[in-house]
Design a protein around this ligand. Structure first.
Ligand code: NDP
Length: 294
Protein backbone atom coordinates (compact mmCIF):
# COMPACT_ATOMS: atom_id res chain seq x y z
CA UNK A 1 0.00 0.00 0.00
CA UNK A 2 1.38 3.40 -0.93
CA UNK A 3 -1.47 5.80 -0.16
CA UNK A 4 -1.63 8.07 2.86
CA UNK A 5 -4.68 7.16 4.93
CA UNK A 6 -6.83 10.23 5.53
CA UNK A 7 -7.91 10.04 9.17
CA UNK A 8 -11.42 11.49 9.16
CA UNK A 9 -12.01 10.45 12.75
CA UNK A 10 -9.08 12.52 14.01
CA UNK A 11 -9.92 15.45 11.73
CA UNK A 12 -13.55 15.42 12.92
CA UNK A 13 -12.36 15.52 16.53
CA UNK A 14 -10.33 18.66 15.69
CA UNK A 15 -13.39 20.27 14.05
CA UNK A 16 -15.56 19.45 17.07
CA UNK A 17 -12.94 20.89 19.45
CA UNK A 18 -12.87 24.11 17.40
CA UNK A 19 -16.67 24.27 17.48
CA UNK A 20 -16.64 23.76 21.27
CA UNK A 21 -14.19 26.66 21.70
CA UNK A 22 -16.31 28.90 19.47
CA UNK A 23 -19.51 27.90 21.30
CA UNK A 24 -17.88 28.97 24.57
CA UNK A 25 -16.90 32.31 23.00
CA UNK A 26 -20.41 32.78 21.59
CA UNK A 27 -21.85 32.10 25.04
CA UNK A 28 -19.53 34.67 26.58
CA UNK A 29 -20.62 37.23 23.96
CA UNK A 30 -24.38 36.61 24.03
CA UNK A 31 -25.20 34.64 27.17
CA UNK A 32 -26.76 32.00 24.91
CA UNK A 33 -25.62 28.78 23.27
CA UNK A 34 -26.61 27.40 19.86
CA UNK A 35 -29.47 24.90 19.83
CA UNK A 36 -29.98 22.02 17.38
CA UNK A 37 -33.38 20.35 17.00
CA UNK A 38 -33.39 16.88 15.46
CA UNK A 39 -36.69 15.40 14.33
CA UNK A 40 -37.00 11.66 13.82
CA UNK A 41 -40.17 10.19 12.35
CA UNK A 42 -40.56 6.44 12.72
CA UNK A 43 -38.21 3.77 13.97
CA UNK A 44 -35.68 3.12 11.21
CA UNK A 45 -32.80 1.49 13.19
CA UNK A 46 -29.98 3.22 11.25
CA UNK A 47 -31.69 6.60 11.71
CA UNK A 48 -32.05 5.98 15.43
CA UNK A 49 -28.29 5.39 15.71
CA UNK A 50 -27.51 8.55 13.70
CA UNK A 51 -29.88 10.66 15.83
CA UNK A 52 -28.42 9.32 19.08
CA UNK A 53 -24.89 10.15 17.92
CA UNK A 54 -25.96 13.62 16.77
CA UNK A 55 -27.56 14.40 20.13
CA UNK A 56 -24.56 13.16 22.11
CA UNK A 57 -22.02 15.12 20.07
CA UNK A 58 -24.20 18.26 20.13
CA UNK A 59 -24.19 18.24 23.93
CA UNK A 60 -20.45 17.46 24.03
CA UNK A 61 -19.59 20.70 22.19
CA UNK A 62 -21.72 22.70 24.63
CA UNK A 63 -24.80 23.24 22.48
CA UNK A 64 -28.41 22.52 23.39
CA UNK A 65 -29.90 19.44 21.77
CA UNK A 66 -33.66 19.14 21.29
CA UNK A 67 -34.85 15.72 20.22
CA UNK A 68 -38.33 15.20 18.76
CA UNK A 69 -39.41 11.62 18.11
CA UNK A 70 -42.65 11.14 16.21
CA UNK A 71 -44.49 7.92 15.43
CA UNK A 72 -44.17 6.50 11.91
CA UNK A 73 -47.89 7.10 11.26
CA UNK A 74 -47.71 10.82 12.19
CA UNK A 75 -49.68 12.96 9.72
CA UNK A 76 -47.56 15.26 7.53
CA UNK A 77 -49.60 18.23 8.82
CA UNK A 78 -48.48 17.45 12.38
CA UNK A 79 -44.83 17.32 11.30
CA UNK A 80 -45.26 20.64 9.48
CA UNK A 81 -46.81 22.13 12.64
CA UNK A 82 -43.77 21.02 14.66
CA UNK A 83 -41.44 22.55 12.07
CA UNK A 84 -43.37 25.85 12.25
CA UNK A 85 -42.98 25.80 16.03
CA UNK A 86 -39.21 25.15 15.76
CA UNK A 87 -38.86 27.87 13.08
CA UNK A 88 -40.36 30.35 15.57
CA UNK A 89 -38.39 29.15 18.60
CA UNK A 90 -35.51 31.54 19.40
CA UNK A 91 -33.64 28.77 21.28
CA UNK A 92 -33.41 26.72 18.07
CA UNK A 93 -30.70 27.70 15.56
CA UNK A 94 -30.61 24.50 13.52
CA UNK A 95 -33.36 22.09 12.47
CA UNK A 96 -32.64 18.68 11.03
CA UNK A 97 -35.35 16.30 9.87
CA UNK A 98 -33.79 12.86 9.67
CA UNK A 99 -34.26 11.24 6.26
CA UNK A 100 -35.69 9.00 4.94
CA UNK A 101 -39.21 10.01 5.96
CA UNK A 102 -42.09 7.49 5.90
CA UNK A 103 -43.52 6.96 2.41
CA UNK A 104 -46.77 8.88 3.09
CA UNK A 105 -44.82 12.12 3.57
CA UNK A 106 -43.56 14.49 0.88
CA UNK A 107 -39.92 14.95 1.89
CA UNK A 108 -39.44 17.94 -0.43
CA UNK A 109 -42.38 19.84 1.12
CA UNK A 110 -41.17 19.01 4.63
CA UNK A 111 -37.58 20.16 3.98
CA UNK A 112 -38.75 23.35 2.28
CA UNK A 113 -40.95 24.15 5.31
CA UNK A 114 -37.80 24.60 7.43
CA UNK A 115 -36.66 28.22 7.79
CA UNK A 116 -33.73 28.23 5.34
CA UNK A 117 -31.56 30.09 7.90
CA UNK A 118 -32.06 27.11 10.26
CA UNK A 119 -31.63 24.45 7.53
CA UNK A 120 -28.34 23.01 8.83
CA UNK A 121 -28.57 20.06 6.43
CA UNK A 122 -28.45 22.49 3.49
CA UNK A 123 -31.25 20.70 1.60
CA UNK A 124 -33.75 23.61 1.45
CA UNK A 125 -34.26 24.81 -2.11
CA UNK A 126 -33.01 28.32 -1.16
CA UNK A 127 -29.72 26.87 0.10
CA UNK A 128 -29.38 24.63 -2.95
CA UNK A 129 -29.86 27.67 -5.20
CA UNK A 130 -27.41 29.75 -3.20
CA UNK A 131 -24.72 27.06 -3.38
CA UNK A 132 -25.17 26.69 -7.15
CA UNK A 133 -25.02 30.46 -7.72
CA UNK A 134 -22.06 30.99 -5.38
CA UNK A 135 -23.96 32.83 -2.62
CA UNK A 136 -23.50 32.32 1.11
CA UNK A 137 -25.43 29.11 1.82
CA UNK A 138 -25.88 26.36 4.36
CA UNK A 139 -23.84 23.59 2.75
CA UNK A 140 -24.83 19.88 3.08
CA UNK A 141 -22.76 18.23 5.79
CA UNK A 142 -21.33 15.16 4.04
CA UNK A 143 -19.96 16.99 0.97
CA UNK A 144 -18.71 19.81 3.23
CA UNK A 145 -16.80 17.20 5.26
CA UNK A 146 -15.31 15.75 2.05
CA UNK A 147 -14.23 19.24 0.94
CA UNK A 148 -12.49 19.86 4.27
CA UNK A 149 -10.59 16.57 3.98
CA UNK A 150 -9.59 17.39 0.39
CA UNK A 151 -8.36 20.88 1.27
CA UNK A 152 -6.42 19.48 4.21
CA UNK A 153 -4.81 16.83 2.00
CA UNK A 154 -4.12 18.88 -1.13
CA UNK A 155 -4.11 22.53 -0.11
CA UNK A 156 -5.62 24.38 -3.05
CA UNK A 157 -7.95 22.39 -5.28
CA UNK A 158 -7.68 24.85 -8.16
CA UNK A 159 -7.07 23.31 -11.55
CA UNK A 160 -7.53 19.72 -10.43
CA UNK A 161 -9.60 17.25 -12.42
CA UNK A 162 -12.33 15.89 -10.13
CA UNK A 163 -14.73 13.04 -10.82
CA UNK A 164 -17.74 12.67 -8.52
CA UNK A 165 -19.45 9.30 -8.91
CA UNK A 166 -23.10 9.74 -7.91
CA UNK A 167 -25.56 12.56 -8.56
CA UNK A 168 -27.86 12.49 -5.54
CA UNK A 169 -29.17 15.73 -4.12
CA UNK A 170 -27.61 15.03 -0.72
CA UNK A 171 -24.07 14.04 -1.76
CA UNK A 172 -23.13 13.96 -5.46
CA UNK A 173 -24.61 17.23 -6.73
CA UNK A 174 -23.60 19.47 -3.81
CA UNK A 175 -20.13 17.85 -3.86
CA UNK A 176 -19.76 18.71 -7.54
CA UNK A 177 -20.81 22.31 -6.86
CA UNK A 178 -18.36 22.69 -3.98
CA UNK A 179 -15.50 21.37 -6.12
CA UNK A 180 -16.51 23.70 -8.94
CA UNK A 181 -16.54 26.62 -6.48
CA UNK A 182 -12.98 25.67 -5.43
CA UNK A 183 -11.74 25.76 -9.03
CA UNK A 184 -11.77 22.09 -10.02
CA UNK A 185 -12.76 20.84 -13.45
CA UNK A 186 -15.64 18.60 -12.45
CA UNK A 187 -17.19 15.54 -14.06
CA UNK A 188 -20.30 14.04 -12.46
CA UNK A 189 -20.65 10.33 -13.25
CA UNK A 190 -23.73 8.19 -12.57
CA UNK A 191 -25.40 4.92 -13.50
CA UNK A 192 -25.73 5.94 -17.15
CA UNK A 193 -22.11 7.06 -17.58
CA UNK A 194 -20.32 5.26 -20.42
CA UNK A 195 -16.87 3.78 -19.76
CA UNK A 196 -16.85 4.75 -16.08
CA UNK A 197 -13.36 3.30 -15.37
CA UNK A 198 -11.90 5.48 -18.17
CA UNK A 199 -13.70 8.55 -16.83
CA UNK A 200 -12.37 7.92 -13.32
CA UNK A 201 -8.82 7.35 -14.63
CA UNK A 202 -8.64 11.04 -15.64
CA UNK A 203 -9.23 12.26 -12.09
CA UNK A 204 -6.80 13.85 -9.64
CA UNK A 205 -9.69 13.72 -7.14
CA UNK A 206 -12.25 10.88 -7.01
CA UNK A 207 -15.30 11.18 -4.78
CA UNK A 208 -17.32 7.95 -4.73
CA UNK A 209 -20.93 8.32 -3.50
CA UNK A 210 -22.66 5.39 -5.12
CA UNK A 211 -23.90 2.94 -2.51
CA UNK A 212 -22.35 -0.11 -4.23
CA UNK A 213 -19.87 -2.07 -2.11
CA UNK A 214 -16.26 -1.87 -3.36
CA UNK A 215 -17.29 -0.93 -6.91
CA UNK A 216 -14.34 1.36 -7.70
CA UNK A 217 -11.21 -0.72 -8.38
CA UNK A 218 -7.55 0.18 -8.10
CA UNK A 219 -7.00 -0.02 -11.86
CA UNK A 220 -9.56 2.81 -12.28
CA UNK A 221 -7.40 5.17 -10.22
CA UNK A 222 -4.76 7.49 -11.66
CA UNK A 223 -1.50 6.97 -9.71
CA UNK A 224 -1.29 9.55 -6.91
CA UNK A 225 -4.95 10.59 -7.06
CA UNK A 226 -6.86 11.43 -3.87
CA UNK A 227 -9.80 9.08 -3.26
CA UNK A 228 -12.68 10.12 -1.02
CA UNK A 229 -15.00 7.20 -0.29
CA UNK A 230 -18.44 8.35 0.90
CA UNK A 231 -20.06 4.92 0.67
CA UNK A 232 -21.29 3.11 3.75
CA UNK A 233 -22.32 -0.42 2.84
CA UNK A 234 -23.03 -3.24 5.28
CA UNK A 235 -21.88 -6.57 3.84
CA UNK A 236 -21.79 -10.09 5.19
CA UNK A 237 -18.44 -11.68 4.26
CA UNK A 238 -18.69 -15.41 3.40
CA UNK A 239 -18.10 -17.49 6.51
CA UNK A 240 -17.94 -14.47 8.86
CA UNK A 241 -20.34 -14.19 11.77
CA UNK A 242 -20.63 -10.45 11.79
CA UNK A 243 -21.51 -8.03 9.01
CA UNK A 244 -18.88 -5.38 8.25
CA UNK A 245 -18.90 -1.90 6.77
CA UNK A 246 -17.21 -1.28 3.44
CA UNK A 247 -17.08 1.72 1.18
CA UNK A 248 -17.81 2.18 -2.52
CA UNK A 249 -14.09 1.72 -3.27
CA UNK A 250 -12.16 -1.52 -3.12
CA UNK A 251 -9.84 -0.21 -0.41
CA UNK A 252 -6.77 -2.42 -0.86
CA UNK A 253 -6.47 -2.12 -4.62
CA UNK A 254 -7.25 1.63 -4.59
CA UNK A 255 -4.81 2.31 -1.73
CA UNK A 256 -2.05 0.58 -3.74
CA UNK A 257 -2.33 3.24 -6.46
CA UNK A 258 -3.80 6.38 -4.85
CA UNK A 259 -1.77 9.14 -3.22
CA UNK A 260 -4.27 9.38 -0.36
CA UNK A 261 -7.54 7.64 0.51
CA UNK A 262 -10.25 7.73 3.17
CA UNK A 263 -11.00 4.44 4.96
CA UNK A 264 -14.49 3.13 5.74
CA UNK A 265 -15.26 3.38 8.58
CA UNK A 266 -13.24 6.29 9.96
CA UNK A 267 -13.05 8.52 6.88
CA UNK A 268 -15.96 10.65 5.68
CA UNK A 269 -18.52 9.31 8.19
CA UNK A 270 -17.29 11.14 11.31
CA UNK A 271 -16.97 14.40 9.36
CA UNK A 272 -20.70 14.54 8.67
CA UNK A 273 -21.78 15.17 12.27
CA UNK A 274 -18.80 17.50 12.88
CA UNK A 275 -20.00 19.61 9.92
CA UNK A 276 -23.58 19.54 11.22
CA UNK A 277 -22.33 21.08 14.48
CA UNK A 278 -20.24 23.63 12.55
CA UNK A 279 -23.33 24.57 10.47
CA UNK A 280 -25.41 25.01 13.64
CA UNK A 281 -22.76 27.33 15.06
CA UNK A 282 -22.70 29.25 11.77
CA UNK A 283 -26.50 29.65 11.90
CA UNK A 284 -26.25 30.96 15.48
CA UNK A 285 -23.50 33.44 14.55
CA UNK A 286 -25.48 34.75 11.56
CA UNK A 287 -28.58 35.25 13.72
CA UNK A 288 -26.62 37.07 16.42
CA UNK A 289 -24.50 39.08 13.94
CA UNK A 290 -21.31 37.52 15.34
CA UNK A 291 -18.28 36.92 13.09
CA UNK A 292 -18.80 33.63 11.28
CA UNK A 293 -16.48 30.70 12.00
CA UNK A 294 -14.04 29.88 9.14
P1 NDP B 1 -28.19 7.51 -3.85
O1 NDP B 1 -28.65 6.11 -3.97
O2 NDP B 1 -29.18 8.59 -3.65
O3 NDP B 1 -27.33 7.87 -5.16
C1 NDP B 1 -26.41 6.97 -5.70
C2 NDP B 1 -25.84 7.53 -6.97
O4 NDP B 1 -24.92 6.56 -7.49
C3 NDP B 1 -26.87 7.80 -8.05
O5 NDP B 1 -26.63 9.06 -8.65
C4 NDP B 1 -26.67 6.66 -9.04
O6 NDP B 1 -26.88 7.01 -10.38
C5 NDP B 1 -25.19 6.35 -8.86
N1 NDP B 1 -24.93 4.96 -9.22
C6 NDP B 1 -25.59 3.85 -8.84
N2 NDP B 1 -25.05 2.76 -9.42
C7 NDP B 1 -24.04 3.19 -10.19
C8 NDP B 1 -23.10 2.54 -11.04
N3 NDP B 1 -23.12 1.21 -11.20
N4 NDP B 1 -22.20 3.28 -11.68
C9 NDP B 1 -22.17 4.63 -11.53
N5 NDP B 1 -23.02 5.31 -10.72
C10 NDP B 1 -23.94 4.59 -10.08
O7 NDP B 1 -27.09 7.50 -2.69
P2 NDP B 1 -26.52 8.69 -1.75
O8 NDP B 1 -25.91 9.75 -2.59
O9 NDP B 1 -27.54 9.04 -0.75
O10 NDP B 1 -25.39 7.88 -0.97
C11 NDP B 1 -24.28 7.29 -1.64
C12 NDP B 1 -23.48 6.49 -0.64
O11 NDP B 1 -22.98 7.34 0.36
C13 NDP B 1 -24.26 5.39 0.11
O12 NDP B 1 -23.40 4.29 0.35
C14 NDP B 1 -24.61 6.05 1.43
O13 NDP B 1 -24.79 5.12 2.47
C15 NDP B 1 -23.39 6.90 1.65
N6 NDP B 1 -23.61 8.08 2.49
C16 NDP B 1 -22.71 8.32 3.47
C17 NDP B 1 -22.83 9.42 4.28
C18 NDP B 1 -21.78 9.67 5.32
O14 NDP B 1 -22.05 10.36 6.29
N7 NDP B 1 -20.56 9.17 5.13
C19 NDP B 1 -23.96 10.35 4.16
C20 NDP B 1 -24.81 10.07 3.02
C21 NDP B 1 -24.64 8.94 2.24
P3 NDP B 1 -28.34 7.42 -10.98
O15 NDP B 1 -28.59 8.82 -10.50
O16 NDP B 1 -28.13 7.36 -12.45
O17 NDP B 1 -29.31 6.44 -10.44
Amino acid sequence: MSATIIDGKAFAAVVRAQVATQVAAAKAATGQVPGLAVVLVGEDPASQVYVRNKNRQTVEVGMNSFEHKLAAETAEADLLALIAQLNADPAVDGILVQLPLPAHMNAEAVINAIDSAKDVDGFHIDNVGKLVTGQKAMVPCTPLGCLMLLRDTLGTLEGRDAVVIGRSNIVGKPMANLLLRDGCTVTVAHSRTANLPDVVRRADIVVAAVGRPEMVKGDWIKPGAVVIDVGINRVQPAGAEKAKLVGDCDFDSCAAVAGAITPVPGGVGPMTIACLLANTLTAFCRRHALPEPE
